[in-house]
Ligand binder design. Structure first.
Ligand code: 6GU
Length: 228
């Protein structure tokens, strides 16, 4: 998979892609992530990328030309399956969307900032608009890193234990059961006895029951009516 991210502040995302699982995924050649600075396509000698909005009002709007020129150049190299715009009024990101995106070959992500981008980019270029939650961030950069992380960890070979992405919270619409490690007791706090016995069918059943119990308590919205 290849992910190209366009931003006026690409350095905000550098560390997210330079460590741990996302770094290893790139080192292994499972994903290629390229951050692009929109200012490289800015207009005039000040590399302008935004301007006042027509009709008046506070806040600058990202201009069509720099974005369009950069995207057209990137499209000379590859065909994008999705051109995503990160925006607080986009579709709410969830595991289902992450799963869908993980099946794509080439994804382009445009990060908005200030008042956002000129609507004509959204109308004519963008194929999908994504928000990561009901709150406002200063820009789309952290949100783009969130989406990329959720997608990249699903790619085959990225996680060491191939089964572990499947047992994540949300993958089956259930939150994850609690986990414990050594020691079996500390300060009088004990690990549930069942996890120490080695009866794996019983352990699986316990984890499933716990997952359901926790989901009912914390996120009943994830469950169908009949499992409540
Ligand atoms: Cl994608 N961008 C911004 N600026 N704020 C957000 C968001 C995105 N998702 C939630 N809040």
């Amino acid at each position: 998979m290849r992910i190209d991210i366009i931003s006026a502040q690409p350095y905000l995302m550098e560390s997210a892609f330079s460590h741990s699982i996302l770094k290893r995924a790139q080192d292994k050649g499972l994903v290629e992530v390229k951050l692009h600075n929109l200012k490289d396509y800015g207009l005039g000698k000040h590399n302008q990328i935004d301007d006042y909005q027509f009709g008046g009002g506070a806040g600058m709007v990202m201009m069509v030309e720099p974005i369009l020129n950069m995207i057209r150049d990137l499209q000379k190299e590859r065909t994008y399956d999705e051109l995503i715009y990160m925006t607080p009024d986009g579709d709410l990101f969830d595991q289902k969307t992450a799963n869908q995106l993980s099946l794509k070959e080439n994804i382009l992500i445009l990060c908005g900032h200030y008042k956002g981008v000129d609507q004509r980019i959204r109308d004519h270029i963008i194929t999908r608009e994504i928000s990561i939650g009901s709150y406002v961030l200063s820009g789309g950069e952290l949100a783009a890193a969130v989406v990329s992380d959720a997608v990249i960890r699903l790619l085959p070979g990225v996680l060491g234990d191939e089964s572990s992405a499947l047992s994540d919270s949300f993958q089956d619409d259930l939150l994850a059961p609690p986990v414990y490690t050594r020691p079996a007791e500390i300060n009088g706090w004990k690990v549930p006895e069942i996890l120490l016995g080695g009866n794996f069918p019983e352990i699986d059943a316990w984890r499933e029951a716990k997952a359901l119990e926790i989901t009912k308590a914390k996120r009943p919205d994830l469950l169908d009516e009949d499992s409540l």
